[in-house]
Ligand binder design. Structure first.
Ligand SMILES: NC(=O)c1ccc[n+]([C@@H]2O[C@H](COP(=O)([O-])OP(=O)(O)OC[C@H]3O[C@@H](n4cnc5c(N)ncnc54)[C@H](O)[C@@H]3O)[C@@H](O)[C@H]2O)c1
Length: 353
């Protein structure tokens, strides 16, 4: 990582979540003057608490649906860089609570961009959407940034809308800046994800309880990657577009195509690396529709920004299991988190040379 973020005022929404906690730690280590804005952590335990992040940053509890609250924080902080991660991010939850999902994910984005517009301090904004923004035709090729946006379920569709809202703000209001991009990353795995309805946390919970890992859709193909991969990409986008606004746009962020694996293969890797008693079984619970095949074409971010994945899927699962092993044994999660960041960062820097 460069020293671009050192001393920079950064606002991060969703800082109390899984990706937000890793991102907070990264930005703290990079020397940023960091403020987070989000609801309280969405899980218990929560990586945010395990890392004691509120000691090293200005952590604000607030709702992105509360425009006045968001604007107040934006005016206080006057961030130069903004990362928008706050969202209701679970597909199944979006079937249970579609209104809340659209409200948070779409109006939350509108509120954030409007607060940016009214504050005039930001030079660079990254809105984190997802690979699920695309109209999924279940085709055997990766989606490209200019493919149509039309997610199927309320979560995916709310993120398609969030992406489109971002384009509208850029076209309508931000011709003089800030530079604004959307980043469409695939499913991530990593230590400290305690969310329900996600494959690796499900594996860890089952293994700790000595129960089999139950897979709902063992044949679903997803572009899984370690959480550090998209986070380094978000940092790169934010930095590069701040310097050269012509780089703003939409960027897919995913693994090499050879690393798009099935949920069953992820569970098998988990079992291999866990090294203690763990087994799996497949059982559909008749849940709602979820995409079966989803792949991303990441040529743009590679060709334009020079970003490329660092850890393949095996390494990503190994690192995740390593992290949860330390946590399960009562070890220092800050130490393992910082070590993984350092080891990832060293390799990333080498690939950049
Ligand atoms: N985890 C993945 O595999 C994945 C993949 C692609 C994209 N994403 C995106 O990355 C972002 C972070 O995901 P995550 O996995 O860390 O999720 P998470 O559930 O762990 O964290 C979500 C964060 O958003 C906050 N939040 C939720 N509703 C809010 C509201 N109304 N107001 C303010 N804050 C609110 C939560 O408090 C939390 O800090 C989301 O935008 C998600 O859509 C995640």
């Amino acid at each position: 990582m460069t020293d671009f973020f050192k001393g920079k005022r950064v606002l991060l929404t969703g800082h109390s979540g899984f990706k937000g906690s890793w991102m907070s730690r990264l930005l703290i280590l990079a020397g940023a003057d960091l403020t987070g804005y989000s609801l309280t952590p969405p899980s218990d335990p929560a990586l945010f608490h395990l890392l004691g992040l509120d000691r090293d940053m200005n952590s604000v509890t607030g709702d992105v649906r509360d425009y006045d609250g968001l604007l107040r924080v934006m005016r206080d902080v006057k961030p130069e860089i903004v990362f928008h991660l706050a969202a209701q991010p679970i597909v199944r939850e979006s079937y249970r609570s579609p209104r809340e999902t659209f409200d948070t994910n779409v109006m939350g984005t509108v509120n954030l961009l409007e607060a940016v517009r009214q504050t005039d301090s930001a030079v660079s904004v990254v809105n984190v959407t997802t690979d699920k923004v695309y109209l999924n035709r279940e085709v055997m090729r990766g989606y490209r940034e200019d493919d149509p946006l039309d997610g199927y379920d309320p979560y995916s569709n709310s993120k398609s809308c969030s992406d489109l809202v971002t384009h509208s703000y850029r076209n309508s209001f931000f011709s003089e800046g800030p530079a604004v991009s959307t980043a469409r990353a695939g499913n991530v795995i990593g230590g400290g994800d305690f969310a329900a309805d996600r494959i690796l946390p499900d594996c860890v919970r089952a293994a700790v309880r000595g129960e089999p890992v139950v897979l709902r859709n063992p044949n679903s193909v997803r572009p899984y990657q370690h959480v550090l991969e998209p986070l380094f990409a978000y940092l790169l986008i934010a930095e590069r577009q701040a310097v050269d606004p012509s780089l703003q746009g939409a960027y897919n962020v995913g693994p090499a195509e050879s690393d798009a694996v099935t949920t069953g293969e992820i569970a098998d890797l988990f079992i291999r690396f866990w090294g203690r008693e763990a087994r799996r079984e497949s059982r559909s619970d008749g849940g709602p529709h979820e995409a079966g095949l989803l792949m991303l074409d990441c040529a743009k971010i590679r060709d334009v920004l020079g970003w490329r994945p660092v850890w393949n899927i095996e390494e990503a699962v190994r690192r995740t299991v390593e992290w949860f092993g330390v946590w399960a044994d009562g070890g220092s999660v800050t130490e393992i988190t910082d070590r993984q960041i350092k080891e990832y960062g060293d390799l990333y820097a080498k690939l950049e040379e």
